[in-house]
Design a protein around this ligand. Structure first.
Ligand SMILES: Nc1ncnc2c1ncn2[C@@H]1O[C@H](COP(=O)(O)OP(=O)(O)O)[C@@H](O)[C@H]1O
Ligand SMILES: [Mg+2]
Length: 272
């Protein structure tokens, strides 16, 4: 609370300043990446497969260390405190929770057991109340009493987001929540993300390849390619940008069309 009170409303809650990330001491993946996420907003980080989006999220959440990755330059601060030297546990305690790519729920536990896992850093007695709060966003999870491994892909993604809520985070980082979901479910999940942001005031950093939905939900977006930010702007600016339209919004139904021909994508883009 005191930290929150100290920072000005315009101060970003998360600030990534010119970071470099290297794996195995030699493989440089991020080059001079700077991203700001204002308090209470949804910011999206877009880009093709392999661009470095997940690496950016792991740098924030302290999970790089488990993959022999390291922030070798720059720094990351959350609510005015430098976090890039902290371990993953301390970062969760400071209020940042990451929902990893591919959902990562515990398949041989029930929904409620998975939700309780999300609350592992808490010592208060409001866990059951928060489980009900999660069910109010995801009513269908309440009906699923078996093991989480039997949930559909969409339900597992909902459970992963619900588990993040159980940590009572100030900020949630979501890694490709739309992955593997039908368009209808993507719409539903993004609608709930938006609702959680508005009702709970939780700041969100949303990593996506699905630019269309992400930009509709987000206030601001960054586009990353080959480890660098190549474009950023408000969602309105990006949605009306000709290059974004052509390469990321795809025009037709196939949203990933633009990523298939990387050569022409690199040659033709106009923002560099
Ligand atoms: N643990 C790792 N060790 C070495 N290289 C990695 C590791 N994780 C990711 N990379 C490499 O870093 C680049 C960016 O990967 P990633 O951050 O997963 O991209 P994205 O999430 O945008 O698809 C890729 O070239 C990938 O091969
Ligand atoms: Mg990724």
């Amino acid at each position: 609370m005191t930290q929150a009170a100290q920072i000005q409303p315009s101060t970003p809650v998360l600030s990534i300043n010119n970071i470099e990330v290297v794996y195995d001491d030699v493989i440089q993946v991020l080059r001079g990446v700077s991203i700001e996420v204002p308090k209470g907003k949804i910011v999206t980080l877009l880009g093709p497969n392999g661009a470095g989006k997940s690496t950016t999220l792991k740098a924030i959440s302290g999970l790089l260390k488990t993959e022999n990755g390291d922030v070798t330059r720059g720094d990351i601060s959350f609510m005015g405190q430098q976090i890039d030297k902290k371990n993953a546990d301390e970062i969760v305690r400071s209020g940042v929770f990451q929902v990893m790519e591919g959902r990562r729920i515990v398949e041989d536990m029930t929904v409620i057991e998975n939700l309780k896992l999300g609350a592992y850093t808490r010592s208060d007695n409001q866990i059951n109340q928060d489980i009900e709060m999660v069910f109010s966003y995801f009513p269908r999870l309440k009906e699923r009493t078996g093991l989480a491994g039997y949930l559909s892909g969409g339900e597992q993604q909902m459970l992963a987001i619900g588990r993040a809520l159980m940590a009572r985070p100030k900020m949630i980082c979501l890694d490709e929540p739309s992955m593997g979901l039908s368009p209808l479910l993507v719409k539903e999940v993004f609608g709930i993300i938006d609702k959680i942001n508005k009702e709970q005031g939780i700041t969100m950093l949303l990593v996506e390849q699905n630019a269309n939905y992400a930009l509709k939900a987000a206030d601001y977006g960054y586009i990353m390619e080959s480890g660098k930010i190549v474009l950023d702007g408000t969602s309105e600016q990006l949605l009306s940008n000709e290059d974004v339209k052509e390469f990321y919004l795809g025009g037709g139904n196939d949203k990933r069309k633009s990523f298939k021909n990387l050569k022409s994508y690199k040659r033709r883009k106009r923002w560099l």
